[in-house]
Design a protein. Sequence first.
Length: 446
Amino acid sequence: MATALLSSLAAGVPAHAVTYGTPTIKLSSAYLSGAVGATADPTVTVTVAQSGADVSALTVTASKTTSSSVAGTTDITVAGTGGTRTLGVTAHSRGRTDLTLKVTGLGGKTATTTLHYAASPAVQHSADARYLTGASDASAAVDVGGGHLLVANDEDNTLRLYNGSVSGAPVRTWNLDSALGADKEADIEGGTLVGNTVYWTGSLGNNKDGEYRADRNTVFTTTLSGSGAATTLTFGSAYHGLRDDLVRWDRANGDRLGFADGTAAGSVPKAVDGFNVEGLEFAPGSTTTAYIGFRAPLVPPATDGDALLVPVTNFDKVVKGTGAVFGAPVELDLDGLSIRDIRRNALNQYLILAGSWAADDNSDPYALYSWDGVAGHQPVRVLDLPTSDAGGWEAIAAVPDLTQPGARVQLVTDDGDADLYGDGTAAKDLDHPEWQKSRSTWFTLG
């Protein structure tokens, strides 16, 4: 602005003859989701410009809101003074509002745009909750170092890399539809990292209507390189016959576990006698024998039955197309709960995330159990998890050294069925992925 003014004066042209174009304002996303009382909430990038003007002279404000109870015009913060600014919103209550953002340029000229903002409720039990946006049905998580998580979603075949220290969109994504040859979701439910290979499993069960979906009968691998934000991923190999192998093996052993009935047409997976895999982890000290953890069935199929693990003794070969070989089933007393995730650390210490086998279970108990991974040894309940907040506990990112006082573990929720914004819409059914999200929370173990 000063340069234009001096040039005008030097040429004998009155200052008022300097003209400026109409300013422009653009958002990196028109949709933003926050949470009441959250820290490190997502932000949007605002790009402003005006011909003939120094962009540092432009101001960005909110001029209107459709719901001041959710967020008012004074509840936005804008950082930066150049052509690119960072805008955040502080939420007061759950709900949605449209914020009209205005850029004011030189010459009194302005321009506006709309930010569609939605706020989920406050989390009652944790100040360090983080929100992983872009998808709501997180189903498995793997710590890849540098505070970053590789997260699977059971409603699609996309793996997402998140910075777990802040809320927001994924750093990178990988869509595996083509690699898996999948028309529908593989219903990815479990994953574990061995070296630079991540092993993944689908649920292997029927869909919620009791119908067989071939894409769910999938186990596969991905290979990682780099770590943290620099993580890259390539597809490895897949096998689409583990469910069939499990049914044949159980039949050969007297149908003791009921796998044939649990996979029959019309059988729903989330029933006490259903068939639904949600956990995957390797046996102590092994890179070949993997435990397949079942959400259903319980053994025997009763509400007070034991949770079930089935060892696959050649899992490293199964994912490359070899038929599975099984060890003796492992039954675990989880107080009537079933396995939602299982994770081992380098010290062969295990954490089991336990929850209900039922379909609508967000208010049912969840708990963490420690275990030594040895068949015949029973796990120990170490933490009851809260159920007052939206979503269900679904994944363990990594297991800390459980012998250390104050050891903390990071868990991830599946919020797909949660009404995050109080309008009766399940998160998975929201039109805008930016409003879909899962939650990451840290817990201190006793």
